[in-house]
Design a protein around this ligand. Structure first.
Ligand code: AMP
Length: 432
């Protein structure tokens, strides 16, 4: 199937060609005809599958079909489509996609999010917009101040619904939905359909068409995943070693805390690896700048917390490093989904210390796969090798022989040491 088979107008098709897209991705093939037909949609799609275009393209098409003279829109702060997203970065990014795909059609859009002044958003709203992409908190501020009227919204999109719920937006979402017309089209996109997401889907969607493009919770097959076992206190030096010896560039590094992100970015930078941190305490300006520098290849490392990294979209991001494993295993899937996007290959490497063995076990259970483990010569863990399956109890474990470990080759990750029965014996690893 080609984009030309989807019933999109010439202006939209031209923008797609200019983007260099060849063929629609599976989620686009599946979703676009239903959205164009006006159906509600419940789509399970991870980020990186092309899901943004899967809703933006048909929304642009429907809005252009509806016409509505530009004069009628003047001084009306009444958008006709509303896209709710969990983070500021994602809001900015989705609006960027709308601008890109809508370059040749007369549709106006606005990203509404916190951390920046309200007044510029109010002014744009006053001039009239067709599509608003918003984070829930700031949108509620606009509703309270009556600077936006949602009474004309014909299409509602809940993007990354699972993430919005994780972030505690459920009440805000419900308040926003109360302000929408009852008659409308609803599209919900989520990487996972856990019970709370299902519940929201039941109350919001009407006879939705279900579309699923990836296995539940499965990290994209294109990402090579591996683990390096290392002592917690040596992680920083090990990471630096990897940057220095493997010619790494454009590497997204995840930490668990904002403070940890700042400290690591600073240390890397001091050691000559150009880095910046991105997290919720940074100003919007600093976040935007860091992301732009990273995308432009001016930074070798962007150190991020989970929430800040949500919505980061970089074509062909080669590598994601988990400097610390997330406590919530689903976050691992979200993290590694930042690489291997839309057809390109990616690598996800986790530096795992002994105290993270429970998180590793939970991740392996979730993705139903054992991750290849290795050690980095010179950074051998001192004791208590990571056990993915069972935390070791009782007496300290004997130091294991590291002779089977391999030397990393330049430009690539260390080769796996494997999980041999002897390692199993020493470390208490179990094979599933
Ligand atoms: P998303 O899942 O919406 O975050 O999209 C992931 C990436 O895929 C973005 O960088 C898009 O520009 C890209 N993309 C979307 N649709 C296509 C397509 N049909 N062909 C190639 N790349 C695409």
């Amino acid at each position: 199937m080609q984009f030309t088979d989807l019933g999109l107008s010439a202006g939209i098709l031209r923008a797609i060609v200019e983007q260099g897209y060849d063929t629609p991705t599976p989620i686009q093939r599946e979703a676009i005809p239903h959205v164009l037909a006006g159906s509600d949609l419940e789509a399970m799609a991870q980020t990186g599958t092309g899901k943004t275009a899967a809703f933006v393209l048909p929304i642009l098409q429907r809005l252009t079909n509806q016409g509505d003279s530009p004069l009628e829109r003047v001084s009306r702060n009444r958008p006709r489509a509303l896209i709710l997203v969990p983070t500021r970065e994602l809001a900015a990014q989705v609006q960027e996609s709308i601008r890109t795909y809508g370059k040749h059609v007369p549709i106006r859009s606005l990203a509404v999010f916190g951390g920046v002044g309200m007044q510029p958003q109010v002014q744009v709203l006053r001039r009239g917009v067709d599509i608003v992409v918003a984070t829930p908190g700031r949108l509620l501020d606009h509703l309270t101040q009556r600077t936006i009227d949602l009474g004309a919204v014909a299409t509602l999109v809940l993007d990354e619904a699972d993430r919005m719920l994780d972030m505690g937006f459920i009440r805000d979402i419900r308040k926003i939905i109360e302000r929408l017309p009852k008659q409308r089209q609803n599209l919900m996109f989520s990487a996972t359909f856990a019970s709370e997401v299902r519940e929201l889907a039941h109350t919001v969607l009407r006879n939705p068409v279900m579309v699923e493009v990836a296995r539940r919770n499965s990290p994209t097959e294109l990402v090579t995943q591996s683990v390096i076992r290392v002592d917690k206190e040596r992680k920083r030096d090990a990471l630096l070693h990897l940057f220095e010896n493997h010619g790494w560039h454009q590497t997204l590094v995840f930490t668990r805390t904002k403070h940890g992100a700042d400290a690591l970015a600073r240390k890397l930078d001091q050691a000559g690896v150009r880095s910046a941190a991105i997290h919720g305490d940074k100003t919007q300006g600093a976040r935007t700048r860091a992301l732009a520098d990273f995308k432009a290849g001016k930074l070798a490392a962007l150190v991020a917390t989970d929430i800040a990294a949500r919505g980061i979209d970089i074509d062909q991001l080669p590598r994601v490093v988990n400097y610390e494993l997330p406590n919530v295993p689903e976050d691992y899937v979200h993290r590694i989904g930042r690489t291997g996007r839309a057809g390109s290959e990616g690598e996800a490497l986790s530096l795992v210390s002994h105290d993270e063995r429970i998180q590793l076990r939970d991740i392996e259970r979730l993705i139903k796969r054992d991750l290849q483990t290795s050690i980095l010569p010179g950074f051998e863990p001192s004791a208590n090798p990571v056990s993915a399956s069972a935390p070791s109890r009782g007496k300290p474990q004997p130091r294991r022989t590291e002779g089977r470990s391999s030397t990393p080759s330049r430009g690539g990750p260390p080769r796996p040491a494997g999980k041999s029965p002897s390692a199993s014996h020493h470390s208490g690893q179990r094979h599933r």
